[in-house]
Design a protein around this ligand. Structure first.
Ligand code: HEM
Ligand code: NAG
Ligand code: NAG
Ligand code: NAG
Ligand code: NAG
Length: 324
């Protein structure tokens, strides 16, 4: 009887994993690479010591990876023909330091546990670590992702949120990734660090509508400052802080900015101007620990988007190339 039950259980497990339904879990590498998280953290700290950009660049990478093909490090692939995901127009502004953080972390992990930890998981750990290093909340990450086998610029189109999106468009693209409006609002709080190039919001300053050149939802003094930083025909390399108040700290000031008309992108400010999302923005602006809790929860959910597990995909040795 016992043997029979054991056999049934084993068959169920085989069926589940055989169909690729293996689950992500915390401490996935507890026996195969027990120190993976501390190795990645050390690599991230070392990289951060070289440049602050490590933080925003790595954090943004997780969105761009997970929303296109799922969280499978497809964003990391370098193509000699310039037609991989990272070459798509939407990726033009991804800072090289995010890629470098993952590459250096992977190199450090490979020394100790060669061929065991996916690049997708390393990116997820590194993205969590930069949040913590910038003063944000710690949270346990789920691991067990496999690296994807597809990375094409043409498949990026339509899968990433755009800075001119309205609330419905934002909700729709997050919903495709099983994320709610509250998740979306919390994840937008990543814009508490990092920068945007002028071209992504210049329409709000110079060419908003037939009745008003300047977006009326912008605080007028902030609008003046932005026009100074971003004159028309500005050098396309010029970028300004997404959070003008505490640009290097992961905090809830992003939401206070929105309340004060200092959301840089249309997609930021709309979270406050639209009454359907305003209450949550006010809540995060007033209650930092509430924001931290929602952000951590939403990051874990983001990390589940379109994942490959079990025997799907591969564990890349070099994050920038498929295994040959
Ligand atoms: C809600 C929809 C979102 C839109 C429309 C959006 C759009 C943008 C845009 C246009 C930029 C500026 C890019 C540039 O000009 O260099 C940017 C930067 C950034 N985004 Fe988002 N984003 C969104 C959500 C997110 C999420 C969910 C995360 C991460 C969890 C994130 C993390 C970042 C970071 C950290 C930067 C700064 C990058 C840097 O300084 O190098 N964003 N985003
Ligand atoms: C940070 O960089 C400085 C030199 O810029 C170096 O002396 C120091 O050891 C570094 N610290 C870490 C933790 O890497
Ligand atoms: C201003 O906006 C209108 C309508 O959106 C567009 O047709 C026009 O090309 C824009 N002008 C500039 C200078 O960007
Ligand atoms: C969203 O959740 C459903 C049900 O669990 C799942 O089948 C689907 O693959 C998920 N979508 C993404 C993008 O992860
Ligand atoms: C960081 C990075 O790889 N950026 C690339 C994005 O795509 C353009 C081409 O569209 C490349 O020139 C960039 O190097």
């Amino acid at each position: 009887m016992e043997a029979w039950r054991g056999l049934c259980l084993a068959m169920v497990i085989i069926m589940l994993t055989g169909r690729g339904e293996a689950q992500l879990k915390q401490n996935f590498y507890s026996s195969s690479c027990p120190n993976v998280e501390s190795i990645v953290k050390q690599a991230v700290v070392t990289k951060l010591n070289q440049t602050f950009v490590t933080i925003p660049a790595t954090l943004r990478l997780i969105l761009h990876d997970c929303f296109v093909e799922g969280c499978d490090a497809s964003i990391m692939i370098a193509s000699p023909n310039g037609d991989a995901e990272k070459d798509a127009p939407d990726n033009l502004s991804l800072a090289g330091d995010g890629f470098d953080t993952v590459i250096k972390s992977k190199a450090a992990v490979e020394v100790v546990c060669p061929g065991v930890v996916s690049c997708a998981d390393i990116l997820v750990i590194a993205a969590r670590d930069v949040v913590v290093l910038a003063g944000g909340p710690f949270f346990e990450v789920e691991l067990g992702r496999r690296d994807g086998l597809i990375s094409e610029a043409s498949r990026v189109t339509g899968n990433l949120p755009e800075p001119f999106f309205n609330l419905n468009q934002l909700n729709a693209i997050f919903a495709k990734n099983n994320l709610t409006q509250d998740d979306m609002i919390a994840l937008s709080g990543a814009h508490t660090v990092g920068v945007s190039h002028c071209s992504r919001f210049a329409n709000r300053l110079y060419n908003f509508s037939s009745s008003s050149k300047v977006d009326p939802s912008l605080n007028p003094i902030y609008a003046q400052q932005l026009m100074q930083a971003c004159p028309q025909n500005v050098d396309p390399l010029i970028a300004v802080d997404l959070d003008p108040v505490t640009p290097q700290i992961f905090d809830n000031v992003y939401y206070k900015n929105l309340v004060g008309g200092k959301g840089l992108l249309t997609s930021d400010e709309v979270l406050f101007t639209n009454s359907a999302s305003r209450r949550r923005v006010n809540n995060f602006a007033k209650n930092p620990s509430h924001f931290n809790k929602f952000f951590a929860n939403a990051m874990v959910k983001l990390g589940r988007a379109g994942v490959k597990t079990g025997s799907e995909g591969q564990i890349r040795t070099d994050c920038t190339a498929f295994n040959s």
